[in-house]
Write a protein that binds this ligand. Structure first.
Ligand code: R5P
Length: 301
């Protein structure tokens, strides 16, 4: 038994997809004219709910508002479920990319976020393909786990390949260990690209000197990343691979933000297919749905 607590606007994401003995408690959200926001949970419903209390919280879009709403929900749960096991499930971990102080004068937002939410009565925290899982565990004051959806995403592509020769591509050195392990898991080759990001402007440039192997011998290159935001990273790597003779380029990432003209950028750089999960978006772009997310949550209880 367990109780899942979600925003009323996210009920459709879990409807009919939870284990039979789990119940759902919804969170109403109201915004005041001055921009402040407040949540409401039916006290009768939440006070009779069964632990563990799984707060399943999609924080995007409108991340600033949703982070504050999350704190408000925790404040309500503290009244009704304070002695129970509160499990915070964040499909995408907000502010996780700033996992260190990249420049003097910047905050360490990953730690700030984790310490803030965990100070409000969270007992465990679960997320998916966190940008830096080691920093996630290090900075979380409570038990923290990052579940990867990438093996099942990549498996879908590998299984559909037939005789085509496939290579997995790490778009930067940070993804190299992950892509290395996926290549071992599925018995396919992999390449590593070196990406550099200007910390002030955010501009990305690539150095392909570290790429090994004969790129033109591959029919399909699958770029694997934790997230696609503006698509600049994947587009840069895709253009390079296509000019080197790769026939098809696929992009696989757990978190699909696809902002700032990403779809156009990906398409014009020759990306043939984008696959991801619905940790961020819930629309026609998503190739893998919440059906795949929920069993992982259930399995980790
Ligand atoms: C960065 O280190 C991440 O792993 C992604 O490569 C990055 O967030 C993608 O961003 P964009 O799509 O804007 O290039």
């Amino acid at each position: 038994m367990a109780t899942v607590i979600v925003k009323a606007s996210d009920l459709q994401r879990v409807d009919g997809r939870l284990p039979g003995d789990w119940t759902v408690c919804s969170v109403e959200v109201k915004d005041f004219p001055n921009g402040e926001t407040i949540v409401y949970i039916d006290p009768d419903q939440v006070s009779t709910a069964d632990p563990p209390y799984i707060l399943l919280w999609w924080a995007y879009p409108s991340v600033q508002d949703n982070v504050f709403r999350l704190l408000e929900v925790l404040d309500v749960l503290d009244v009704y479920c304070g002695d129970g096991d509160v499990v915070l499930v964040l499909p995408y971990l907000p502010y996780s990319r700033q996992d260190k102080r990249f420049r003097e004068g910047e905050p360490l937002t990953l730690r700030l976020f984790l310490e803030t939410v965990c100070s409000r009565g969270v007992d465990r925290i679960i997320s998916f393909d966190v940008h830096n899982p080691v920093a996630f565990m290090r900075y979380s004051p409570v038990y923290a786990v990052s579940i990867s959806l990438l093996p099942s995403l990549v498996e879908n592509i590998v299984r559909s390949m037939g005789d085509d020769k496939l290579v997995l591509v790490a778009p930067d050195r940070g993804r190299a260990p992950l892509v290395d392990s996926l290549s071992s898991l599925f018995g396919v080759d992999y390449l590593v690209v070196e990406k550099m990001r200007d910390r002030v402007t955010g501009e990305v440039s690539f150095n392909f000197e570290t790429v090994g192997g004969e790129i033109s011998s591959y029919d399909v290159a699958v770029i694997v990343d934790d997230e696609i935001s503006t698509g600049g990273t994947v587009a840069g790597v895709s253009s390079f691979l296509k000019t080197r003779g790769v026939k098809r380029v696929y992009a696989v990432a757990t978190h699909l933000f696809l902002v700032g003209g990403a779809e156009e950028r990906l398409s014009s750089s020759g990306v043939d297919l984008v696959m991801g999960s619905d940790t961020v978006r819930y629309d026609e772009h998503v190739a893998i749905s919440i059906v795949d997310l929920l069993p992982d949550i259930a399995g980790s209880m």
